[in-house]
Design a binder for this molecule. Sequence first.
Ligand SMILES: [Cu+2]
Length: 326
Amino acid sequence: MVRALSLLLTMLLAGCVGEQHVLQATGIEAQVIARMWWIMLAGAIVVLALVVAVLGYGLFRPPERRVHVAAGPLIFGGGVVLPVVALTALLSYTLYASSGLRGAHPDLPVEIEVIGRRWWWDVHYVGEDPARHFRTANELYLPTGSPTRIRVRSVDVIHSFWVPNLAGKIDLLPGRSNEIVLHPTTTGVSRGQCAEYCGAQHANMALHVVALEPEAYRAWLERQRQPAAEPAEPFTRLGREVFMRAACAYCHAVRGSHAGGLSGPDLTHVGSRRWIAAGMLPTTRGSLAGWIAHAQQIKPGNLMPSFAAFSGEELRALAAYMESLQ
Ligand SMILES: [Cu+2]
């Protein structure tokens, strides 16, 4: 019994982690949603309290007084008038509050395109000048204090983009674009998660949103636009050789090299990302080597094969090269 209770408590408390939490809003849209949630909760509590009070009266008062709760006016008032008034009030409030959520920024250019893939997020920084476009994966950097317009679509099945601390959900559909505006108010990292079942690895399709001060955000953009750094040491040069010799470039791009594959994440700056494999592993040399050799064991069914045939040295060099792509 104690164990069951502590398990339940642990599970409930685990839900309080702030990085992915609807009620710990760090974005304008999420603030509207959180306020709506609290007002709906307050409304529900008032109605419940009234119902319980009338029920308690009916159950526990002496019989001659109990008849009051069976009186016509009370039944009509509590059964018809009260629900109509309460629901109309809450409905008008939610319609009013949610009307401001979407589509409030018609003039804003689309800054980012997020493409849902099984089972990771392909993130394109678009903007006006095509020469300055770049791709990254499973990671979205945004400036605080201003809205960023994001277009989303899918190239395979339906996914759903959901970063609860910042905004509501938006579906990623094949053959159709949707849009969402994210407007972070404070710096920090929020976790997002695919919110529409999309196959075996749906649960391992996370992304992280990093909100930075505008100045730091611009600096990040500039760094990401650079092509990959030239390997500085013989060991990372060996890693690049292994990369180009193996099938990696068939699916992965490293800008500034011959690797131009598009079906997997862009690896130009993979070493600078916090996580790989859509939030499954922190980016370290060890996890990179583990992923390359055992992608199918770590994330069964994902669209990268395991590469088990490398020698120990080749694998270490390859992981060092990946890590050096800052
Ligand atoms: Cu999914």
